[in-house]
Design a protein around this ligand. Structure first.
Ligand SMILES: NC(=O)c1ccc[n+]([C@@H]2O[C@H](COP(=O)([O-])OP(=O)(O)OC[C@H]3O[C@@H](n4cnc5c(N)ncnc54)[C@H](OP(=O)(O)O)[C@@H]3O)[C@@H](O)[C@H]2O)c1
Length: 287
């Protein structure tokens, strides 16, 4: 099978950085970070796609500052909704595939069992609204696309819960962590490896099975459980469970945002391990 040419946006982000490495085994990757391609600039986006002429576009760039988005809805919408729509239109012109990442925050969190791809959406915050608008803009753009929804991304680079907890653990004796919001922690490298496995199936195969898929590790956790797992069996610091109401944030977050992944497994035979195993692997890779 010939190696497709892939245009990768957001190549310096948590997920983008890992994708740049893992996709290179299966494709010729042209990576663009924020400095070299601004998704808020529609002309630059069009020029980049027409210049590279990829067989696939992997969009790992996004406005991910969930709380800040409440005060910057226009910017969040431009990057998370308008830009993916432009990428989809440009992909359609080239008959290329668009692989795009979305979020568990498209849901309202009122479910009590893992969300399926076709469950009703109802984002509670501006970030989730902008990402849902991005999914819809891609559908309107008319390209063959895979929309991969994931959740709670962490890794050893960038800004994420794991690195925050590791830092706070050296600064404080006690950490108060929200215990009534449930989701699934996902290691950026595992997400990138699964995406590379998808690409290895071949762009035409993916195009035939275009759609929305949930890409997530197995299991579920509260932020409190995730923090406890990061700290491990160390006695210090003490981790104390608190309610969401005791930790006010600008953006509301879903109470339950676990993504069911059976569609991805049934369609492509791809699944990630349990989040606890992947966290252990991630922490081991740091030492
Ligand atoms: N992080 C999570 O917990 C989470 C959860 C669910 C879904 N997701 C989704 O997963 C995907 C990857 O997220 P991530 O965790 O890798 O986020 P990330 O670490 O914040 O990476 C996003 C990248 O996009 C870049 N970016 C921001 N604005 C841009 C612009 N205008 N033009 C070009 N690049 C821009 C950022 O650059 P700067 O740093 O320079 O701004 C950053 O490198 C996103 O679609 C996100 O919505 C993430």
């Amino acid at each position: 099978m010939s190696r497709p040419k892939i245009l990768l946006t957001g190549s310096a982000g948590q997920l983008g950085f890992e994708l740049a490495k893992t996709l290179a085994a299966h494709a010729e990757v042209v990576g663009r970070d924020h400095a070299t391609l601004d998704l808020a600039d529609p002309d630059a986006l069009v020029a980049a796609v027409r210049g590279v002429r990829p067989q696939a576009i992997v969009n790992a760039a996004a406005y991910t500052a969930v709380d800040r988005a409440e005060n910057e809805p226009g910017r969040a919408h431009a990057i998370n909704a308008v830009a993916p729509g432009i990428l989809a239109e440009e992909a359609r012109r080239l008959d290329a595939l668009l692989i795009h990442f979305s979020t568990d925050y498209v849901f309202d969190g009122k479910a009590t069992a893992p969300y399926a791809e076709d469950n009703t959406t109802g984002p509670l915050n501006v970030y989730g609204q902008s990402k849902l608008a991005g999914e819809r803009a891609i559908a309107q753009g008319g390209a063959k696309s895979l929309i991969l929804r994931t959740s709670w991304v962490y890794g050893l680079r960038g800004s994420n819960f794991l690195l925050t907890i590791k830092r706070l653990a050296t600064e404080r004796n006690e950490l108060k962590i929200v215990a009534d919001q449930f989701g699934v922690p996902n290691w950026s490298r595992a997400l990138a490896q699964a995406t590379a496995e998808l690409v290895a199936l071949g762009v035409p195969t993916l195009g035939e099975r275009a759609g929305v898929y949930h890409l997530s590790a197995a299991g579920s956790a509260s932020w409190f459980e995730f923090a406890r797992a990061i700290i491990g069996n160390k006695q210090h610091p003490r981790v104390v469970p608190i309610a969401t109401s005791e930790y006010p944030t600008a953006a509301r977050r879903p109470a339950y945002a676990v993504l069911g992944t059976s569609k991805l497994e049934a369609t492509f035979g791809i699944s990630l391990g349990h989040w606890r195993e992947l966290l252990a692997e991630c922490l081991a890779s740091a030492s």
